[in-house]
Write a protein that binds this ligand. Structure first.
Ligand code: ASP
Length: 349
């Protein structure tokens, strides 16, 4: 009898301990600032510090929303807006150029609680494409709008419009010139209104290859997840090319039934594998852990077809994951009771 009582007490204790562990943090947020060729030897200490600062600023902005009891959707949008303002990242100001010298921005947001989603592709005058994507979700009957129509819609929704030269940075212009000459294509005229002197922060930028993109996934204290992604796409894109970022299920996906994912990498591969949805499907239908699902898609399926890039993910319950098959990915994560962790290179936790 006594042995049974002790046994039951022990069981209750281990259940309590398991319960505490299984509960996980109430809120969590993961950020990426793009994956690519990012090696320690290529970044000066000042450059590295600038990128870490950028990741921290975005993560802390999103965390402040979640700490105050705000929604995952609000946190993800707020954090992406910070990165759209930061010229170091390929989203908003600092976006890469098309072959004809324009900045055409793509963005998407998805709410895991309602499965509602919004996206814009090829916007050129809306200062915050992520807010345009959210407006599409909340204020239109559609999921995806493109080009002039998307900018006109954003303007009608009251979102700030800017001259396209707002997005211009010298560093991205130089990348365009290099890429066009590599492809044997002519360099277009410098856009009207482009600033002539690079600003101090832009001079800290590192050329991570053709990639970039920013994204945030969040879990709020109400148990809902959301995902948001914003990008200028790939350098020297042509013919109105649209990548995976604004495509729901490819570069962006969120469902309270499984997880929220934001991707970065060569979009064509991510579209073909519906990467974000595939990761969530592995969690939902096959019962894989979030990390195992992310690794399965990024390290195996993408690699098998030659796709380069990475993802961040969060699940209800507070699990967080990232996975990338490039040499680096700018990334950060923070959660209730857990410190801010920032990484750039592969060998960081
Ligand atoms: N995924 C983006 C695209 O293909 C690019 C990137 O992540 O850098 O448009």
């Amino acid at each position: 009898m006594r042995a049974l009582a002790i046994g039951l007490a022990g069981l209750a204790m281990s259940l309590a301990a398991y319960g505490a562990e299984a509960a996980g943090p109430k809120w969590a947020l993961v950020v990426h600032g793009g994956a690519g060729v990012i090696d320690r030897k290529d970044l000066s200490p000042e450059q590295e510090a600038a990128y870490r600062e950028g990741m921290a600023a975005a993560a802390e902005t999103g965390a402040a929303v979640l700490k105050a009891g705000g929604s995952a959707l609000d946190a993800a949008e707020a954090a992406v807006r910070v990165l759209e303002e930061d010229p170091l990242f390929n989203a908003g100001r600092g976006a890469v150029f098309t072959a004809d010298g324009r900045n055409e921005l793509d963005s998407a947001i998805m709410d895991g609680a309602t499965m509602k989603a919004g996206a814009v592709a090829r916007v050129t005058t809306t200062r915050h494409p992520i807010s345009a994507a959210r407006a599409v979700m909340e204020k239109s009957p559609h999921v995806m709008l493109s080009a002039e129509g998307a900018d006109a819609f954003a303007k009608e929704a009251g979102l700030e419009q800017v001259d396209p030269s707002w997005f211009f940075t010298e560093r991205r212009w130089r990348s365009l010139e290099r890429e066009l000459s590599r492809q044997g294509l002519p360099t277009p005229a410098r856009p009207a209104g482009a600033p002539t002197a690079p600003d101090a922060r832009v001079s800290l930028a590192h050329d991570e290859g053709k990639l970039g993109t920013v994204g945030v996934v969040a879990l709020d204290a109400q148990g809902h997840v959301a995902a948001a992604t914003s990008t200028g796409g790939v350098t020297a894109k042509r013919w109105g090319r649209i990548g995976d970022s604004p495509i729901i299920g490819a570069g962006t996906y969120a469902s309270d039934a499984s997880c929220a994912v934001s991707a970065t990498g060569t979009g064509e591969y991510f579209i073909r594998l519906t990467v974000a949805r595939d990761i969530c499907a592995l969690v939902e239908l096959k019962g894989l852990s979030l990390q195992a699902a992310a690794d399965e898609v990024v390290q195996k399926k993408l690699v098998a077809i030659g796709g380069d890039g990475g993802v961040i993910a969060v699940a209800p319950g507070g699990r967080m994951a990232w996975s990338f098959n490039t040499s680096g990915m700018y990334r950060a994560r923070i959660a209730e009771g857990q410190p801010l962790t920032i990484g750039i290179y592969k060998d960081e936790p």
